[in-house]
Ligand binder design. Sequence first.
Ligand code: SF4
Length: 702
Amino acid sequence: MILEKKKSTCSYCGVGCGVLISKDKKGKIKVEGDPEHPVNKGMLCSKGMNLHYVVEDKSDRLLYPQMRWGKGHALEKVEWDTALTRAAAVFKSMIEKFGSDAVGYYVSGQCLTEEYYLVNKLTKGYLKTNNIDTNSRLCMSSAVMGYVQTLGEDAVPVAYEDIELADCFLVAGANPAWCHPIIWRRVEMQKERNPETKIIVVDPRKTQTCALADLHLQILPGTDTVLFQAIGRCLIEGGNIDWSFIKNHTDGFEAYQEQVMQVSVADAAQMCGVPEDQIVQAATYIAGSKGFLSMWAMGLNQSADGVNKNLSLIDINLITGHIGKPGSGPFSLTGQPNAMGGREVGGMSTLLSSHRKLHDAAHRKEVADFWGVEDLPSKPGLTATQMVEALEEGTMKAIWIICTNPMISLPDARRVENALKKAKFVVVQDISLHAATIPFADLVLPAAGWAEKEGTMTNSERRISYLHKSVAPPGEAIPDAEIIIRFAKKMGFSGFDYKDMGSVFQEHAALTKGTNIDISELDYEYLKSHGTAQWPFVSSAQSGKARLFEDRIFYTPNGRAQIKISGPQSDLEALTPDFPLILTTGRIRDQWHTMTRTGKVNKLKKHVPIPLLEIHPEDAISRKIGDGDTVEIKSRRGTVRVRAQVSESIREGVVFLPMHWGKILGADFAMVNNLTGNAIDPVSKQPDFKYSAVEVMKYTKP
Ligand code: SF4
């Protein structure tokens, strides 16, 4: 017999599918797609369908706080009070001796919005440092800067309902068939409804997404900006741009035109390694469309040239006027379930609450007054990779890591390891005792996981969803929000008396009043009963605003969208005879991040049981590598050893390795970030995971 079904949201990707959680009388958990949810209408992908295993299996969970009484000592079980008293004593001492910037938080796009809000308030308002960054820095920060520079705000202008209104999709640096499956299912259904719908895929790999493509531009990694500008040039030369929109609602077209005319389409084709007629064809498809959606993800964002790639793609929507109208717009596909919610509360080292600007003294005062604190620090905090540097150099002493596993996920793993070893004090707040960062922790705090706590998250289309608590956390684990509040009180801070999670949400919502992301009229109880709402939300439009800029007024100071030229291209890591191949990394269908959850579900492991290096037959033959051989991949940073998958799906000269595997499965040699480097985008500070120079050799046991 099934008891009451509770509404929640899948905690994996940024699609944000609605689920119903129920328990039978024996306590067995069932998770199914919510047929009433506007995102997935009852559908779930393989990861979502197996969420209940993760909730049921507590065998790998952290059950109580653990502490080392000194470096080199073993972790020992302690009481919560002892753990948090020690944390407060260390943080106070570090701040007193070395200043507020000696401490910091590294959090996650998987935290709930309320948790993000609290830790941001604690760090900026009370610890007086902007040293709070998140793994969303690895995921979205280039897209954020692309939107801010062109539209004036970190605001995805489209909604999923635009998928059903589009007749041309340009999918770049993304494999939604595997990584955003429910969005892709909606695109598939649109193509089924209207077979004339055109799908253009831009990717160095022939991914599963290409199965639906009318055109696949298999470009050389790193050349996306050149390609998008060449498409722009074709559109201009063909007279297929929206002059009226450009004239009345944008700035910057002349400079853009001048830049794109500097490279001929033939030269661009040569640089990108694609046939010229494919570039012309892509422009022809876009020109013939009524609704044009550009979609992208990590292939553009995780790049030392990530902001340029974003700008040049958004420019295509702007010059054709494909924005603010049905089925049209530039649509960044968020990786994590609450990357957007985290940015709403300002949970990054370069942001303030409600998308206010850190560099603006008036904005800092607004937030400080709201929180009842004297002021906020004006100096931007350290970003994810800057924290690694600062720990290595010793200028940052203590780091508190919440709900993320940087030992596997940050680039250049040996450097991360060195930084964590050098840190004076590391706190890891997590659910899994297998998290590879735990061996470096001085204090380990057990957190409640998905379905064990309540709160909200925001998905890729600005949709805020409520997540019910459905089961009790195991052992002494408690929700992240409660840990943050208890620590703040141990520090003696007064602004952390909350009745419940609803009061945290309402405080955050009140702080958005008057901003572009205003949800001040959105009531927590409304969310609980209705399940979702999009921002901005005003009471007269009960479900929030689906599509932005229908009035053609943008969030820039003059209300006009900015068509941007691209800045100087960042240097790519040199390919040399020792390191002649380009390594690109990414996700596989059934695994999530560092596998601390999906890695324990047998059904999911069956899909791709071991990490495989995709390598083109020509590259394999010249190295005497056969399909299934063990190979060693070397970069200037380190070595990885995995099996080879010889495949024509990847471009010659490029190899692909999944990002998920690490120490958790005893496969140290499979950790892809042993190979990646320290290149970051100069504007967004997002690390590059898509271009590392490597060599691959057949491995024979010594
Ligand atoms: Fe979860 Fe994303 Fe799959 Fe939806 S598409 S079920 S949000 S992993």
